[in-house]
Write a protein of this length. Structure first.
Ligand code: SF4
Length: 297
């Protein structure tokens, strides 16, 4: 049996390999830094992670509130309900102090109230087809088939089609190019279409702080390109995992790949190259600035 890279090897006397099983997070981890991937998904016991980041906490809270909101009947999805759900799920982990946490809590309440009131961003009369729905489906064609899985923030139905909606809360306001280039969204769309037996080609990034929506409609070619790339990455990761299980050198098979992302890597304490490549910021350094305030500074 190979290492836990998402593939299992079976001794059947022939070289039979199950389809790669991928989540967008695993693929992104492998693609960005093989060492990080090994520490996160292969090494056991898993290395201790770093502490909480305020921008991650904020994103998680907004996702929790929106999940709870869209679990309500449509008529109960009011701005006041959204604010209450934000309060109920609030966490101050990673913030500098209670005053900074309170500022962002107030801001996030406003984001959610505005999002809920804007019926361009969701259908006030209909239940979504899925809210944080787990999908796991075989997608792709021929030898490049794979099992794509993950949790989709929201699945809307528009006419006969399903639409993948992904929430964003960060500093960067996503563009249509971001939606087009997102392998995660393409994998979710492919798996969602297969799970619901509906066409699913439209993917949307909803930036909750601004209400901006970035959109892409995949065609056969763009979807195939994403799935083929995912298959290639998953196969390479599985090959490295199998070589490691056979006694290979972990440093050679899973080299560090330094980048600005080393600053927030959750295993940087175990990685001298990453610590040298990027300074360690304060846990609240990546919060988006708030109007009229110094924000994360
Ligand atoms: S700190 Fe950088 S190089 Fe080290 S594991 Fe993390 S992402 Fe990779």
């Amino acid at each position: 049996m190979g290492a836990d890279t998402g593939q299992l090897g079976f001794d059947l006397g022939v070289d039979v390999r199950p389809l790669p099983r991928v989540t967008p997070a695993r693929l992104a981890s492998w693609e960005s830094c093989p060492r990080r991937f090994r520490m996160a998904y292969i090494d056991r016991p898993a290395p201790a992670r770093g502490g909480a980041w305020a921008h991650h906490t904020l994103g998680a809270v907004v996702h929790l509130a929106l999940r709870a909101l869209f679990d309500l009947p449509a008529r109960a999805r009011t701005p006041e309900a959204a604010e209450a759900l934000l309060d109920r799920n609030w966490s101050a982990e990673g913030y500098r102090d209670s005053a900074q946490s309170a500022r962002y809590r107030t801001a996030a309440r406003g984001w959610l109230a505005a999002y809920t009131a804007d019926h361009e961003l969701h259908d006030p009369t209909a239940a979504p087809a899925g809210v944080e729905r787990w999908v796991s489906e075989t997608v792709g064609a021929g030898e490049r088939r794979l099992v794509a899985e993950g949790r989709v923030d929201r699945i809307d139905t528009r006419g006969a089609d399903a639409v993948v909606v992904d929430y964003k809360t960060g500093r960067h306001v996503p563009t249509d190019d971001d939606a087009r280039d997102s392998r995660a969204l393409a994998l979710y769309a492919a798996a969602t279409g297969a799970a619901l037996h509906r066409p699913c080609r439209r993917v949307e990034l909803h930036h909750v702080p601004t209400g901006h929506v970035a959109v892409w409609e995949h065609d056969d070619a763009s979807m195939r390109a994403h799935l083929d790339a995912a298959h290639g990455l998953a196969t390479a990761a599985a090959d490295a995992g199998d070589a490691l299980a056979a006694g290979g050198d972990p440093e050679a098979l899973f080299p560090p790949r330094t980048s600005p992302a080393c600053a927030t890597c959750d295993v940087r304490r175990h990685c001298p190259e990453g610590r040298a490549a990027a300074p360690s910021p304060q846990p609240w350094a990546y919060l988006r600035d708030l109007p009229g305030a110094e924000g994360a500074a």
